[in-house]
Ligand binder design. Structure first.
Ligand code: NAD
Ligand code: IPM
Ligand code: MN
Length: 343
């Protein structure tokens, strides 16, 4: 996070973008420990004043149950700020090695558009006969025409704006026999408005196989909340590491702040060691700039990041990218690269 903020500040200086930051330590440890909750009661009013939230991952599963920390913060933001688009790029960047044999930059370059406020992540359900042999647990998948159509529209428009104009829909209409055939029918319906977009669909099981074996066929992939979640760890893993992957949780209407964060979590297994890859966080800052129309500034930040990664220096790349660099080494390298763009 500190390197992400620093990158934004450097870019802001070059492009004269008046960025104003305020920090809130709403973390599982700091805030939860003292308050027994992830956020203060007035969080919505407080955060609504901002244009964007730049979010560091939460989660300390040994101290706070994940469903408490995530439903108490990130998932709450997504829902209550109606960030119904979760936009996640998968791009193989020069200098970062793909675990897939023979894949070069250009071979993997697509977007995942994930439905972000409903679907499998619903709070409808519950438990009965708890603790008995007849225990029942249920959690309903909830899809609404309003919710599905708006994410499909966004995905079709994104596909239409790209040279290849391809949209892939993630389905499972063979097994999930109510929601998924209906999802497919909404895709068919929406496709009528975009005759120039080439649409295909794959069941989620074979789709994961294609991500590994034929990642080059994808351009824009749209999926439900859970399918999009799974695909957006697999996709970046195919580009080398989830440590570089960014994510925009977007309220396209701008009625509420959008939230930009890395795809990865709090990585408790390496926390405090100073070796976390900051690129996902930095790239999320790039998405933030782009979202607000600072396209040139965003392009410069991307270039700085790509230049550093492109050198493929093992002293700079972090361990998840096969190097022995630290967060500080690569973070500072990207900041220095940005400084090099000053006139
Ligand atoms: P994770 O993404 O935190 O970690 C998975 C693996 O990837 C770990 O081995 C980790 O060391 C590695 N990794 C992740 N980010 C990295 C980075 N920047 N550099 C190098 N390696 C990195 O996923 P998890 O282990 O499933 O979850 C850990 C905690 O984070 C849980 O509490 C989970 O709920 C939470 N989580 C939070 C978010 C979020 O706040 N956005 C997202 C995912 C998971
Ligand atoms: C993500 C994360 C979250 C999700 C978790 C932490 C609730 O995995 O942003 O991809 O499932 O959406
Ligand atoms: Mn995830």
């Amino acid at each position: 996070m500190p390197y992400g903020v620093q990158c934004l500040k450097e870019i802001g200086t070059i492009y004269n973008i008046p960025l104003y930051f305020e920090e809130f330590d709403f973390s599982s440890v700091a805030y939860y420990k003292d308050h027994g909750d992830m956020l203060p009661n007035d969080w919505k009013a407080t955060l609504s004043k901002f244009d964007a939230i730049y979010f560091g991952a939460v989660g300390m599963p040994d101290e706070v149950p994940d469903e408490v920390s995530l439903w108490g913060s990130l998932l709450k933001f997504r829902r209550e700020f109606d960030q119904y688009i979760n936009l996640r790029p998968c791009r193989l960047i020069a200098g970062v090695k793909s675990p897939l044999a023979g894949r070069e930059p250009g071979d993997i370059d697509f977007w995942i558009v994930r439905e972000n406020t409903e679907g499998e992540y619903s709070s409808i359900g519950g438990k009965m006969f708890e603790g008995t042999e007849r225990e029942i647990v249920m959690q309903e998948t909830v899809m609404t025409r309003f919710g599905v159509d708006r994410v499909l529209k966004y995905a079709f428009e994104l596909a239409q704006s790209r040279p290849r104009k391809r949209l892939t829909s993630a389905t499972k209409s063979n097994g999930i026999s109510t929601t998924m055939p209906w999802w497919d029918s909404r895709v068919r319906e929406m496709a009528k408005n975009y005759p120039d977009v080439h649409v295909d669909k794959y069941h989620i099981d074979i789709l994961t196989a294609h991500f590994v074996q034929r990642p080059n066929i994808f351009d824009v992939v749209v999926g439900s909340n859970l399918f999009g979640d799974i695909l957006s760890d697999l996709g970046p893993a195919c580009t080398g590491t989830i440590g570089i992957a960014p994510s925009g949780n977007i309220n396209p209407e701008g009625k509420f702040p959008s939230l930009f964060e890395p795809v990865h979590g709090s990585a408790p297994d390496i926390a405090g060691k100073g070796i976390a890859n900051p690129v996902g966080m930095i790239w999320a800052g790039q998405m933030l700039l782009h979202h607000f129309g600072h396209t040139e500034a965003a392009a410069t930040l991307l270039k700085a990041m790509e230049n550093v990664l492109g050198r493929s220096d093992p002293e700079v790349l972090t361990a998840d990218m096969g190097g022995k660099g630290t967060t500080k080494i690569i973070g500072e390298a990207i900041i220095n690269e940005i400084k090099g763009f000053r006139q």
